[in-house]
Design a protein around this ligand. Sequence first.
Ligand SMILES: Cc1ncc(COP(=O)(O)O)c(C=O)c1O
Length: 319
Amino acid sequence: MAALDGGIRGFAFASGLAAIDTALHLFKSGDRIIVTEDLYGGTFRLFEKVFRPFGLEAIYVDTSNLESVEKSLQQPGVSGIFIESPTNPLLKIADIRAICSQARPLGILTIVDNTFLTPVFQRPLKLGADMAVYSATKYLAGHNDVVAGAITVTDAALAERLAFYQNAIGGILGPQDAWLTLRGLKTLSLRVHQQQDNAMRIANWLTTHPHVGKVYYPGLPHHPGRHVLEREQIGPGSMIAFEIDDATRIPAILSGVKVFLFAESLGGVESLITYPAVQTHADIDASTRDRLGINNRLLRLSIGIENADDLIQDLKELL
Ligand SMILES: Cc1ncc(COP(=O)(O)O)c(C=O)c1O
């Protein structure tokens, strides 16, 4: 992982959350950390229900808005920024290079959750981040058959501190799961390129459908993060979110899919459909979800390596 990310050291964990949990132990009570506001619900839960009671305060910011990030970094006590980019589920893009250049002179540690793009499409350490974290459960392992996490770093002293916490906390990856993850990594590039080609076709098709409203996919020309993507990323990946016009149709869609599977994870060779408001993001309160746009008409797709025509046909029949 360190080689793929251009780092000096990589660490394997029992899950993505075990990796993030270990990284957050680098902070201490009284610290404040800027956090992407629409991030994976489980990371939000970790910040709010586990670390806040210990005195680590997360301040949620739209990290696709550089001005808001700059202001938030000036607040007293801020010692870290945790960026998820693209975000889950709305696929907002952060300008990682610009954020890192603001954070570094202030001594603020930058952590990027690179689960969605993997080192094939985005290399946060090369953009100036101190640490990249991954749920390897997703694209890195890639077959929906293992739960794993990873962290890569560029600085030797930081690596030593992380190694200490990893050993002390113990959320390490077992040998069988490490083997499955390594086996998955061998086809990472092939898989994610096929998934991205499929996603591009499906996202474009969705934009033409009469029952579909907003389509969130960074590869679409109207996507607000498009320019940053062109500068900093190699590709938009294969996560798509979209709104349908009528929420009452959602149960029939979720139970009717034949090629897609209705399941919570993402990044594997099988295409999955998820209902963020009741699944992955259920831990975020309803008013915050509504403000962010994670409403009850929003569906999320993780596109796999199947034939794109079959995937489109599946959606066409249900929409
Ligand atoms: C972006 C992101 N980060 C972290 C995680 C947590 O990873 P894990 O399920 O391996 O603990 C997830 C899981 O869905 C995720 O989507």
